[in-house]
Design a protein around this ligand. Structure first.
Ligand SMILES: Nc1nc2c(ncn2[C@@H]2O[C@H](COP(=O)(O)OP(=O)(O)O)[C@@H](O)[C@H]2O)c(=O)[nH]1
Ligand SMILES: [Mg+2]
Length: 331
C-alpha cells in the first residue's frame, strides 16, 4: 500500500471495513475512490478500488436482477496470481489459445459462436499459475450481456486478432466499441489519473493470432500501422505454436506482480509456491498476505536475494524484489 494516504481516505477505509451491508460498502468504496490522490504511486490502488466497486455493483444488481431469476451466474472466481481474459471477434482463435497455453479443453471449431460460457484454465508462467478465461466472441451483432462485467472484473486482457481475415481491423474496432459502450476500455497503458469511477480501463496486449495463414504478414503490417500505438502487438499461432512463449510472458507481465518465497526461521526455503505481490510491495504487504494478524505482530524480517541482501534484517517498510526469500519475525 502506498504511504502517505490522506487521513480522510483512511477514515473512509476504516468505515468500509466496518460497513455491514453491501450498499454501505459500495458507498464507502466510492468515497475512498473520490478521496484517493490520483498519481502513479496509487495506480494499483485506483485499479483495485474500481474492480471492487464494479464487482460489488454487479453483486448488488445481480441479486435483484436477471442472474437471480435464471439462477445462472457467469462470474469466474479469480485463481492463481491473477485473471486474464481472452477477448476478440469470432474465429480469431481465443479458444485455440486457451487450449495451447493451459490444460483446459475448450471447444475449438471452424464456425463462429462455439464458445457460449466462460471457460477458465491455468497457464503456468515459470512457477506462477496465471488464470486465463476464454470468452464468447464480440461482434457488431453479438455481445452476450454478461461479457462486459466479466471483462471489467478481470485483472488484464488479451485482445485476440484474426490475421486470416481481411476484416481484421474492423472486427477489432467493433470489439473495442462495444465494450467502450459499457464503460469498459481496453488500453495498452491505463491512465494514472483517471477520476471517473465508473469507467474501467483494462490493461491489454494484442495477440495477432493465426500468423501462419496465407496473407497474414501483410495484415500484420496494417494492424501494426493502425493499432500499435494503442497496444503492444504479439504475432502468434495457436495452431503452429509460433509466438506462444511471448504470449505467456505477456499474460504474466500484464498482471504487474513479482514473486517472493518465504521461509520459516531455522527451516529451508519453501520453493513450492511463490507468493505474488503487486510491484512496489513492501515486507508488510507480504505479511498481510500471509496472515491478517501479522500486520500487528510483525517485528522485522530477513531478506535474501536482491542486490546486497544476504540474510540482512530489514524493516517492515523494506521494498521487496522479484525472487527475494523472506523470513518474517513476529512477536
Ligand atoms: N491456421 C490456424 N488456425 C487457427 C489458429 N487458431 C485457431 N485456428 C482455427 O480457427 C478456428 C476458430 O478457432 P477458435 O479457437 O474456435 O476461435 P474462437 O472463436 O476465437 O474461440 C478453428 O478452426 C481453429 O482450428 C492458428 O493460429 N492458425
Ligand atoms: Mg471460442
Amino acid at each position: 500500500m502506498p504511504a502517505n494516504l490522506p487521513p480522510p481516505y483512511l477514515k473512509a477505509e476504516e468505515e468500509f471495513r466496518r460497513a455491514s451491508t453491501a450498499a454501505d460498502r459500495l458507498e464507502k468504496l466510492r468515497e475512498m475512490f473520490r478521496l484517493l490522490p490520483k498519481h502513479k504511486g496509487t495506480e494499483k490502488l485506483q485499479s483495485d478500488l474500481k474492480q471492487k466497486i464494479s464487482r460489488l455493483k454487479d453483486e448488488i444488481e445481480g441479486s435483484k436482477g436477471a442472474a437471480k431469476k435464471s439462477g445462472v451466474s457467469h462470474a469466474v472466481p479469480h485463481d492463481g496470481a491473477g485473471q486474464v481474459v481472452l477477448v476478440g471477434p469470432p474465429n480469431s482463435g481465443k479458444s485455440a489459445l486457451l487450449a495451447a497455453l493451459t490444460k483446459a479443453h475448450p471447444e475449438v471449431a471452424a464456425y463462429p459462436f462455439t464458445t457460449r460460457a466462460p471457460q477458465p484454465g491455468i497457464m503456468m508462467w515459470q512457477d506462477v499459475p496465471v488464470q486465463l478465461v476464454d470468452l464468447p466472441p464480440i461482434s457488431p451483432e453479438f455481445l452476450e450481456p454478461w461479457v462486459p462485467s466479466l471483462v471489467r472484473s478481470a485483472d488484464a486482457a488479451l485482445l485476440v486478432a484474426d490475421l486470416s481475415s481481411d476484416d481484421v481491423v474492423e472486427a477489432l474496432d467493433a470489439v473495442l466499441q462495444r465494450l467502450a459502450a459499457t464503460k469498459t476500455e481496453l488500453v495498452g497503458t491505463p491512465p494514472v489519473d483517471d477520476e471517473d469511477e465508473s469507467l474501467r480501463h483494462i490493461k491489454t496486449v494484442m495477440i495477432a493470432n493465426r500468423c501462419d495463414e496465407p496473407g497474414a504478414e501483410d495484415r500484420l503490417a496494417i494492424l501494426r500501422e493502425l493499432m500499435e500505438s494503442n497496444f503492444p502487438i504479439i504475432p502468434a499461432s495457436a495452431q503452429g505454436g509460433q509466438g506462444l512463449e511471448s504470449v505467456r510472458d505477456a499474460a504474466y507481465h500484464l498482471l504487474g506482480v513479482f514473486r517472493v518465497y518465504t521461509k520459516v526461521p531455522g527451516k529451508p526455503v519453501d520453493r513450492s509456491r511463490p507468493f505474488t505481490l503487486p510491484m512496489g510491495s513492501i515486507v508488510l504487504d507480504l505479511a498481510r498476505e500471509i496472515h491478517r494478524d501479522f500486520e500487528q505482530t510483525l517485528k522485522s524480517a530477513r531478506v535474501w536475494g536482491s542486490g546486497a541482501f544476504d540474510g540482512q534484517t530489514v524493516k517492515r517498510d523494506h521494498e521487496l524484489q522479484d525472487g527475494d526469500v523472506v523470513e518474517l519475525h513476529v512477536t
